[in-house]
Design a protein around this ligand. Structure first.
Ligand SMILES: [Zn+2]
Length: 281
């Protein structure tokens, strides 16, 4: 499935397994109606750059891989559709909103700040503008993820989903861990709510065995994309992975660093382990 400017779903080229990867924040196609005043080099620091490439071996090993093409500063699929900061709007939203801590930090459904102190937009948005972003980008992305869950569950009776992200190596003032140096990986399962604990243990042990430092649920527990479709009791398991960008990119220039290929190779081995695990369950 390919929706230009919105998403691509890469289907398995190898023997299919009940495994799904999605990369919601690595999109770099800025839509024509996006008119930010923040400079592009600051907006681009919000991208989880190259994450879909890091997990690119998924389909040949039997997994589905969904990648967003739009940037998360335009609309963020990893938020509830009601996580809107009313300050962004020129008029009242017609239904009740539920802005969370993420909206307060400038990181809600529609991003308010590019980096601390730098607004994304030069003017407030109309309800129609935000609705259009939901209908054309957010909605199709969620339909793709939800649809993949349903297909895998129908075929295998289970789904093992990894929601893939990357994080700045040090938290800025828009993070909950300002100034903290971060581990190589942070796994999130909403404190045990979104997957079988065996899945967290598997991924943690594989990464730790490669020499990486791994934290769990701190500072990231995971959000909408692991909450909305998971139901461990019904065989639907979701885990978030945050990768420290210092492992694979130059965070100033947003280019791949010499570490990229090594990390990609290690993640390819992780995918093997996840697919093996999923087939055995
Ligand atoms: Zn992300």
């Amino acid at each position: 499935m390919h929706i230009p400017g919105v998403l691509t779903r890469h289907d398995p080229t190898g023997q299919p397994a009940p495994v799904l990867f999605d990369s919601p924040h690595s999109g770099v196609m800025y839509p024509d109606d996006f008119k930010p005043i923040a400079p592009m080099e600051l907006l681009k620091t919000g991208e989880d750059a190259f994450v879909h490439e890091l997990f690119g071996a998924g389909p040949e090993k039997g997994a589905i891989l969904i990648e967003a093409h739009f940037p998360r500063v335009y609309i963020d699929p990893n938020r509830a559709s009601t996580d809107i900061d009313p300050e962004l709007l020129i008029e009242a939203w017609p239904e009740p909103l539920n802005p969370t801590e993420k909206s307060r930090l400038g990181l809600g459904l529609i991003r308010r700040l590019a980096v601390p102190g730098v607004p994304v937009h030069g003017k407030r948005l109309t309800v129609a503008e935000v609705r259009s972003r939901i209908d054309r980008f957010y909605g199709p992305y969620h339909q793709a993820v939800g649809g993949a869950y349903d297909e895998l569950h129908r075929r295998f009776g289970k789904v093992w989903h990894i929601n893939c992200h990357s994080m700045k190596s040090v938290g800025n003032a828009m993070a909950t861990d300002v100034g903290a140096r971060r581990p190589d990986f942070v796994l999130g399962d909403r404190d045990g709510k979104t997957c079988d604990p065996k899945f967290v243990t598997l991924v943690r042990d594989v990464l730790a065995g490669m020499g990486y430092s791994v934290a769990i649920n701190n500072p990231y527990k995971g959000l909408e994309l692991i909450m909305r479709y998971s139901d461990p009791g019904a065989g639907r398991h979701a885990l978030q992975i945050e990768i420290n960008r210092a492992l694979y990119m130059d965070q100033e220039r947003i280019v791949r660093s010499p570490g990229f290929e090594k990390l990609k190779g290690n993640l390819s081995s992780l995918i093997d382990a996840v697919v093996d695990f999923a087939r055995r369950q």
